[in-house]
Ligand binder design. Structure first.
Ligand code: GDP
Length: 588
């Protein structure tokens, strides 16, 4: 048999893979479906999924190979020239909720933000810098809740060093593991801060043992992970932690080129009245100056103002520096790369090209899983859940949308994001929602009174939230309401027909002996003759010795009145199997 090698650069679409394998798309999708993956024709499969599917298809002559192309991570960890100079490390603080990430950053930066957050969760990624031993360290404040996985992933990609905060009285928890995985996938160095050592119940040794169970071997036990016991709240040992960050940075020889066009990543963006787009950038190479032209995704602009993270004007930003700029014509997306363009014309052209590329991509992605199910001739019971998502900043809109997409709808509900946007809910959103039977979700924004009146008039549901998982719970609940109810039947008893007093088209009166269980009015009955099912009837009354009774139980004989639509002519010797039928609301 001819040996075939398929190279996969990161991922491959279902369409590409089916062509490469010489299979029909339908067959491939069918196999994916059998493995619990509802895929669309343009869905990208990662290397592992593709391997599993090829194995599943029994294609022994096909070999998959990982093609090495630059990933997003290495995109901005570019090849350095000899002239590259030392830059500050970019550090992300991650860990399980409540283990003390915010407190750590607060104590380090001597500022209080803990109380300000809704639900105690850091909602937006932002960046700070501090000086230690006369050297700068850049901190990314990555969001805390797992719902922000998408954002955190971007954060991790920028990151040189991940400080994983683990509470010494709580140990390794799901988000600790998630943080470890992120750090690994981002090729970042890990430093563990074992926090809350001031607490009773803090057990550093046990926490270290816990961590080593999860693949992080402490240096003092001969491993390669620096672990620093700290108290973020009482400012204990934080200098040591910062020393370790700088030491790690030195070992990693973190450098960047300065004499290249400025480049970096968009880490936050929102609109402000009077200022237009306000965009937080992290410079990763070159020097960004006011007056220069920049492109990010499909938008561009001239850097009008540039502020450092404390809000002080800054004329130029060097690598690893977070800055806030104004001047972009539109809001770039969180996670977009930005680069400097030599003039306005070039900037506009680059933005246009990016926009076209994005449009091509989304045109491809328009085949939904329900379209495909239809193609596969599988009964299509999928329902569509329409939403409009509005939020205060682009980062939160992105996370809400990403998190909504992560809700497991068991393939029965298609999420349709009708539109998204930054800013208050407006008339247009309500019009759009009314047409489409759509729910409008607002995150960290309020609803102007005229808009809520308008929505009430048009029967449009608007829901606003400040905590993402409350929003997700609501969405899940709404999706559950769309699911068809589950029909649950429960067997109750059986009766042998001993006499038939009347058997007409729709009503039956008969007598018999209850063989097992019981019989009550409202029970349903399957009529069985010689093991064959004849039809269904409903018990309307039960009698014993000519008196109406609540029920008859096993061993008793009595009479029954039944109503039926099955046109059954009941005979002596027939069996009635009693059962109840309930429509149960389903959950996701
Ligand atoms: P985050 O969710 O990881 O950002 O956690 P927070 O920083 O909000 O901290 C959660 C709770 O733990 C807060 O009540 C903090 O005051 C408390 N906390 C954080 N660090 C310490 C610490 O070192 N010692 C003690 N005793 N409490 C801490």
């Amino acid at each position: 048999m001819e040996q075939k090698t398929i190279q996969i650069a990161g991922s491959i679409t279902v369409d590409e893979l089916s062509k490469a394998l010489g299979l029909s798309v339908t067959e491939l999708i069918g196999t994916l479906f059998k493995n619990g993956i509802v895929a669309t024709i343009n869905q990208r499969l990662d290397f592992e999924t593709a391997s599993i599917i090829i194995d599943e298809l029994g294609l022994k002559n096909v070999k998959l190979e990982k093609k090495n192309t630059s990933t997003k991570t290495s995109d901005y960890r570019r090849e350095l020239s000899d002239k590259a100079t030392v830059r500050p490390p970019v550090v992300a603080v991650m860990g399980h909720v409540d283990h003390g990430k915010t407190t750590l950053l607060d104590t380090l930066l001597h500022k209080k933000t803990v109380e300000k957050e809704a639900g105690g969760i850091t909602q937006h990624i932002s960046a700070y810098q501090l000086k230690h031993n006369d050297r700068l360290i850049t901190f990314l404040d990555t969001p805390g809740h797992e719902a922000f996985a998408a954002i955190r992933q971007h954060g991790a990609m920028l990151t040189d060093i991940v400080v994983i905060v683990v509470a010494a009285d709580d140990g390794v928890k799901p988000q600790t593991v998630e943080a470890i995985n992120f750090a690994k996938s981002a090729n970042a160095k890990i430093i563990v801060a074992i926090n809350k050592i001031d607490r009773e119940g803090a057990d550093i040794q046990r926490t270290m043992a816990d961590l080593s169970q999860h693949g992080l071997q402490p240096e003092e036990w001969g491993g390669d992970i620096v672990m620093v016991p700290i108290s973020a709240k009482q400012n204990q040992n934080l200098d040591k932690l910062l020393d370790m960050i700088l030491l790690t940075a030195d070992i990693e020889e973190l450098k960047a080129d300065i004499d290249i066009p400025a480049e970096g990543l968009v880490i936050e963006s929102h609109m402000e009245v009077g200022k237009g787009s306000v965009v937080n950038l992290l410079v990763t190479g070159g020097e960004l100056k006011t007056g220069e032209f920049v492109v990010a995704g499909s938008t561009y602009g001239k850097v009008r103002t540039m502020l450092d993270w404390k809000g002080k004007p800054k004329g130029k930003a060097t690598p690893s520096t977070p800055v806030t700029i104004t001047g972009f014509k539109d809001l770039p997306n969180f996670g977009d790369r930005f680069i400097e363009a030599k003039d306005e014309k070039t900037a506009r052209k680059m933005a246009l090209l990016n926009a076209q590329a994005a449009a091509d991509e989304s045109a491809d992605a328009n085949v939904t899983s329900s379209d495909l199910l239809r193609m596969m001739n599988v009964a299509d019971n999928t329902k569509t859940f329409n939403v409009i998502v509005k939020g205060d900043v682009l980062g939160s809109v992105t996370s809400v949308v990403d998190s909504l997409r992560l809700i497991d709808t068991k393939g029965e509900i298609t999420l349709n994001i009708v539109s998204t946007g930054v800013g208050d809910i407006n008339e247009n959103d309500v019009y759009m929602a009314a047409d489409e039977n759509t729910i409008i979700y607002g995150f960290n924004i309020s609803v102007p009174i005229n808009i809520s009146k308008m929505a009430a008039r048009d029967g449009v549901k608007i829901r606003t939230f400040r905590v993402i998982y409350e929003l997700l719970d609501d969405a899940k609940h709404e999706m559950e309401n769309l699911l068809d109810a589950e029909i649950v039947e429960e067997d109750k008893g059986e009766l042998k027909v001993l006499g038939v007093f009347r058997t007409e088209k729709t009503s039956i009166i008969a007598g018999g002996e209850v063989l097992k269980g019981d019989v009550k009015p409202t029970y349903l009955a399957r009529v069985i003759r010689d093991k064959k099912y004849l039809g269904e009837a409903e018990v309307t009354s039960v009698q014993k010795e000519k008196m109406d009774v609540d029920n008859l139980v096993a061993g008793e004989t009595g009479g029954l009145a039944l109503s039926t639509k099955s046109k059954i002519e009941l005979q002596i010797g027939d069996r009635l199997q009693f059962f109840t039928r309930e429509a149960k609301k389903r959950t996701l």
